[in-house]
Design a protein around this ligand. Structure first.
Ligand code: CA
Length: 229
C-alpha cells in the first residue's frame, strides 16, 4: 500500500508542483484547494499525511489544523504546515495547533520530501521503507522480504502489512477495529473477523521460524505483537 498524502493548497501552480514530486517519489496524492474540499477528501478516505497551507481562502490552515486535532478520527494524522510566513510566533502557533512540522515557502521539493520522510518515520513508521528488526525477525519493505532466524518467510501482502504495522508498534494492544483502520485503511469496509483470518495466516507464516508466538491474543481486547527471545 503506497501512503496517501493530501495536499491542501489554494495556489494551483504550487499544488501541482508538489503533487508531481510526491507522485514521482511513490506516494498516492489527493488534492484540495480549501478547507471544505479537504474535509470532503478526508471524509472519503483518511490520508497517511496532510500537507496544509497556512493561507487558505475561508477557513485558514491553522483553523483546519485545530479542527483535525480536535476530531477523534483525524487526531493522529501526521500534519505538516506550509507557509510563506517565517515569523517565530506563526511557527509556534502552528506547532501548538498540533502540526508535526513546518515548512517555509519557498522550499525545494527535496527538502519537502525529507520532511515528509522524517515525520512519517516519527509518527507512522509503517509507511516508510525503512527495514526493521524485532528480536529474531527482520522485515525489509524495499525487497518485500521477511526473515526469521535468517530463514525467508513467505506470506501474502495483507499479512506483510499487518506484520509491518505490528513490528513498528510492538508491545501495544490493538483492537480489531484499530487494526482494520491502520492496516486496511479506514475507508475500506470489511468485517472485524477478517482480521482474525489474517492473524491466523500470519501466525502460520511465522511457524517455519518458530516465531508465531510473537503474535499474542489479548482476550476481549485484540492483538499484541510481543517479540521476546
Ligand atoms: Ca495559499
Amino acid at each position: 500500500m503506497r501512503p496517501t498524502i493530501l495536499i491542501v493548497e489554494d495556489e494551483p501552480a504550487i499544488r501541482e508542483l508538489i503533487a508531481v514530486n510526491l507522485k514521482h517519489a511513490g506516494y498516492e496524492v489527493l488534492c484540495a484547494a480549501d478547507a471544505a474540499q479537504a474535509d470532503e477528501q478526508i471524509r472519503a478516505e483518511l490520508p497517511e499525511l496532510i500537507l496544509l497551507d497556512w493561507m487558505l481562502p475561508g477557513t485558514s490552515g491553522l483553523q483546519l489544523a485545530r479542527k483535525l486535532r480536535g476530531d477523534e478520527r483525524t487526531r493522529l494524522i501526521p500534519l505538516i504546515m506550509l507557509t510563506a510566513k517565517g515569523a517565530e510566533q506563526d511557527k509556534v502557533d502552528g506547532l501548538e495547533a498540533g502540526a508535526d512540522d513546518y515548512v517555509t515557502k519557498p522550499f525545494s521539493p527535496r527538502e519537502l520530501l525529507a520532511r515528509i520522510q522524517a515525520v512519517l518515520r516519527r509518527r507512522a513508521p509503517q509507511h516508510t521503507r525503512d527495514a526493521i528488526e524485532a528480536a529474531d525477525l527482520h522485515l525489509d519493505p524495499n525487497s518485500r522480504t521477511i526473515t526469521g532466524h535468517g530463514q525467508t518467510l513467505a506470506m501474502g501482502p495483507t499479512e506483510f502489512r499487518l506484520l509491518h504495522f505490528f513490528m513498528t508498534h510492538p508491545e501495544r494492544v490493538f483492537s480489531r477495529g484499530q487494526l482494520l483502520d491502520q492496516v486496511w485503511g479506514d475507508h475500506v469496509f470489511v468485517e472485524e473477523r477478517t482480521v482474525d483470518v489474517h492473524i491466523r495466516r500470519l501466525r502460520k507464516a511465522l511457524i517455519p521460524a518458530g516465531l508465531d508466538g510473537y503474535i499474542h491474543t489479548v482476550r476481549g481486547a485484540g492483538y499484541r505483537f510481543s517479540p521476546t527471545k
